[in-house]
Write a protein of this length. Structure first.
Length: 141
């Protein structure tokens, strides 16, 4: 796997449940600790879109997590609007969207229990080139 984020979370078991059961990530594996409680969760949205959840061992509980961190996931086989509807039905509050962006995506933004921002997106017009989306004229760099 080329790269994936490791997120420090307050409760690995609860976060694994939120990502898997509420949002729809697949569980690759959950590693139990000596007391049987999960100490690591590996989840997959789709190929090459994984997250690793680990316990936050250094937080005093007051530190805000996720500030400045947004993880983006291509929705794939379902529309952003359908995913938004499903998440709302499951009790997830949408922080933003569905919204169409100038950079040719339709997005929703949700925040996980630890404050990490997850952006789920789809292309609006897959026929448009990067240059067309960005308004770059041919021959101009």
């Amino acid at each position: 796997m080329p790269m994936f984020p490791t997120l420090a979370v307050r409760d690995v078991g609860a976060s694994v449940g939120w990502y898997a059961e509420t949002v729809g990530f697949g569980t690759v594996f959950v590693m139990p600790g000596a007391d049987g409680e999960p100490v690591l969760g590996h989840l997959r949205w789709r190929k090459y879109a994984d997250v690793l959840l680990v316990p936050d061992s250094g937080s005093d509980g007051e530190r805000v997590k996720g500030v400045g961190v947004s993880l983006s996931f291509l929705v794939g086989d379902v529309s952003v609007d359908a995913m938004a509807e499903r998440l709302v039905e499951r009790g997830v509050e949408l922080e933003e969207g569905p919204v169409t962006r100038p950079w040719n995506t339709r997005e929703i933004v949700v925040v996980d229990p630890d404050g990490y921002r997850l952006v789920f997106f789809e292309a609006v017009d897959v026929g448009r080139s990067f240059e067309e989306v960005m308004g770059i004229q041919e021959g101009v760099s």
